[in-house]
Design a binder for this molecule. Structure first.
Ligand SMILES: [Zn+2]
Length: 138
């Protein structure tokens, strides 16, 4: 399953590898702790609140609110061909935060606090990055 992540390894735990399959099928999922009910994104197998290893996947709406963003002009190795690109940090109402590429919105139109949508994507153009998600207009 991790081959779907290519260069980007969002979740280095095999216990939450199901996350990749959900993304591939178009679903954004977080995890809920069976011990204390804490909901997290990205998914994590072991609860940061109570240390319980018991969790279940919960569907996310894809709603997101922009916290901050930056434009990357000097891209890291492997990403030079797509620079400049914009990265956004967004709060998810179900719980947690996401760091993702901003797609289809000019950086000059971005405003902190604006509503965005988190969209699962399979990227065919860059073979190293097959599966990811983007922040887009709702
Ligand atoms: Zn917990």
């Amino acid at each position: 399953m991790f081959k779907w992540f290519g260069k980007i390894n969002f979740v280095p735990y095999t216990k939450v590898s199901e996350f990749a399959q959900h993304l591939k099928e178009g679903r954004i999922m977080g995890t809920r702790c069976r011990g204390c009910g804490a909901v997290t994104f990205p998914p994590r197998a072991d609860c940061a609140e109570c240390m319980s290893p018991e969790f279940e996947f919960v569907p996310y709406s894809g709603k997101a609110r922009l916290v901050t963003f930056t434009q990357i002009s000097a891209a890291p190795t492997g990403f030079e061909d797509i620079a400049p690109y914009t990265i956004g940090l967004a709060d998810l109402p179900e719980g947690g935060r996401v760091l993702a590429w901003v797609s289809g919105i000019d950086v000059r139109e971005l405003k902190i606090g604006m509503e965005l949508k988190l969209v699962p994507r399979i990227f065919e153009e860059i073979p190293e990055i097959k599966l990811y998600y983007t922040l887009e207009r709702p």
